[in-house]
Design a protein around this ligand. Sequence first.
Ligand SMILES: Cc1cc2nc3c(=O)[nH]c(=O)nc-3n(C[C@H](O)[C@H](O)[C@H](O)COP(=O)(O)O)c2cc1C
Length: 196
Amino acid sequence: MPVVLTGEQPNYPNPNILMDKPRLAWAITGSGHYIQECLAFLLTLDAVDLYISPAGEEVLRMYGIDLKDIREKMPVYRDKAASAPPVGHFYKGYYHTFVMAPTTSNTVAKCVLGIADTLVTNLYSQAGKCRVPSIVYPCDIAPEMETTAPGGKVMVYPRKIDLEGTHKLRGFEYTTVVESVDELIHQVNARLAALT
Ligand SMILES: Cc1cc2nc3c(=O)[nH]c(=O)nc-3n(C[C@H](O)[C@H](O)[C@H](O)COP(=O)(O)O)c2cc1C
């Protein structure tokens, strides 16, 4: 039976969305690491809700991406409340999967410490507590790597602490860590195929 998301959440722009089957929750944080490629794939998917950190909003803008264009394709939920009310949806079975891509060092560091004090870190935490699988694309994959800055590609040298964060996340329950956009696409498609 379809369920209606109630409108109590102040950051829900589309509170009356009809849900007849579980959706995908996707979070974008303030990482420019292949953010345009992640978004391009995200925009090909149906039944997705996008969650975005305040830094994610700013960084998207710096890469020339307008939130208004994304909103035409899917609901976009911003971090506007202290208690991250949308996380309650995991408890009601609204989401079959949580994807966090791209993910900053900051958000990974919080997640591996069990900190859930923002919308995005809360989504990861509550997805795990509800045994909903997460697919995470961290920006820190190797000691030397190419990344995408607003002006083009640059080299970045993640620190030991950043790489340790990524490594620890790999050991978390209900979590798949991917290392490239291709792997992200493969894992998300595999998950969607497994659900049909
Ligand atoms: C253009 C731009 C690109 C950025 N890319 C990254 C990145 O790839 N990885 C990262 O850890 N931080 C990156 N940052 C810094 C984060 O946005 C910043 O640490 C922020 O506090 C992260 O907040 P969040 O984890 O809540 O999204 C970038 C900042 C800017 C301005």
